[in-house]
Design a protein around this ligand. Sequence first.
Ligand code: ADP
Length: 504
Amino acid sequence: MHTIEHKTDEEKLMFVSILMQNISDAVIGTDTRENNYRILSWNKGAEKLYGWKAEEVIGKSAPDILRTNLDKDQLHLLQENLNKTGYWAGEVIQHNRQNDPINIMASVSIVRDDGGIEIGTVAVNRDMTHKKRAEEIALENKNKLLNEAEQIAQIGSWDWDLKTGQLNWSANMFAIYEIPSSANISFEQFNSCLHPDDRQMVIQRIQAAAEGQAFHDFYHRIICDSGTIKTLHARGEVIRDENGTVCRMMGTGQDVTERIRQSEELKKLSESDVQKNNFIAMASHELKTPITSIKGYVQLILEALEKQSEEKPISPLLLRSSLKSVDKQVSRLTRIISELLDLSKIERGALELKKETFSLNELAIETVEDILYTNATHEINLFHDYAATVVADKDRIGQVMINFLTNAIKYSPGSKKINVRVHKTEAGEAAFSVEDFGIGIDKEEQPRVFDRFYRANGKHEQTYPGFGIGLFIANEFITKHGGRLALESEKNKGSVFTFSLPIS
Ligand code: ADP
């Protein structure tokens, strides 16, 4: 770089004056001797920036022309700095000839005479409007991007000033809560959206964070105005003031309703997969047992037939008892297969009822007789407290009775007595109950016994044949008739299964 040596003060002044005129910043000299800041010089940069020609402003008051917005603090700082150091720089807003605001980066220096007395100021002002606008656009873009990202992630952000109580939400936070974003949000309003069952927990967590603990993530539900219930994942952090007191909290709320629904569905799917596999294993076992037994009796009869001679004919007693056993096993197979067929009909939604008018009491008598024919283990007492005529699918209702009765026998190996009752419910429906004094069902298991494939998990139950679809089918049949199933039971005491049907 070359330095130019200036011969005279005049030459120096010429250089400075040309430089001042051509510099792109506005350079403004003022006279402060009469305390009125009269404009003494106004370069081309100033003409361009403010729109005033030099001849229009020279001699006028700079504050009148520039109309600077300075707040009290800035003004105080400016004066203090000028007095102390003779210099001040800062960002201000001034106005051009059309009175448009312009962002200015101003640098003001005091000019003193040879005796050190202040005679004026020189301000070099740079137009920052474009830079400011560019910054604003960048911020707007950033916010837009942030907003889009929030929308995609179904996440909203919030910021809560604990000192003023001011709560701010991002646009997407309003969208998640289904509240118009023009609304003012307050803590009370947020509180009113919380699900009543989660409210206490949420408030406790927020309080703990406000009292100085860390903000721990949690999940909570909200109820929107439309009635929609959503699950949110809340994350946040606390900000402390210089004394360490929490003065602000900020965080995010993410709508995870769909995610939770999907994972629950997946869980159910895999649970039902396991159940299905167990069911296939149990059903195969259930089918195999009677077949093995039938094969055994048939072989026994065949052998006896082959061995018989004229002198020693086959024993009619053996033949009768073997065939009776075969018949019993065939009935069992038929029942299993018809349960399987019913299950597949229910799953396909193809279950149809063939309704007819019949007496529930007569059907109860027939069914109990059938059961007694194949089971000599239990004593069944039948009570007719009410003469009930119903319009229903007789075969299906008979199936439900058989299911109740065979379960009562199966799950009460240690007791002989079973009570069967046809009666009227308090609501005036016709009802059929089977009471046993067997193993009973735990309170927490009771709601699940009507589920598909459900078998109570106690170690006893594993030893009883069955594959957990009888009560499920019974429930489907009865609800399709507009009736309901009920269960009262106590572990190790016994159970009462009841179905009720609307009276014709
Ligand atoms: P299954 O008897 O073939 O397993 P069910 O659907 O008829 O299927 O019954 C479902 C479950 O309910 C049974 O596995 C058993 O645990 C329980 N249960 C049904 N009836 C009784 C009863 N009378 N006493 C005790 N438990 C019962």
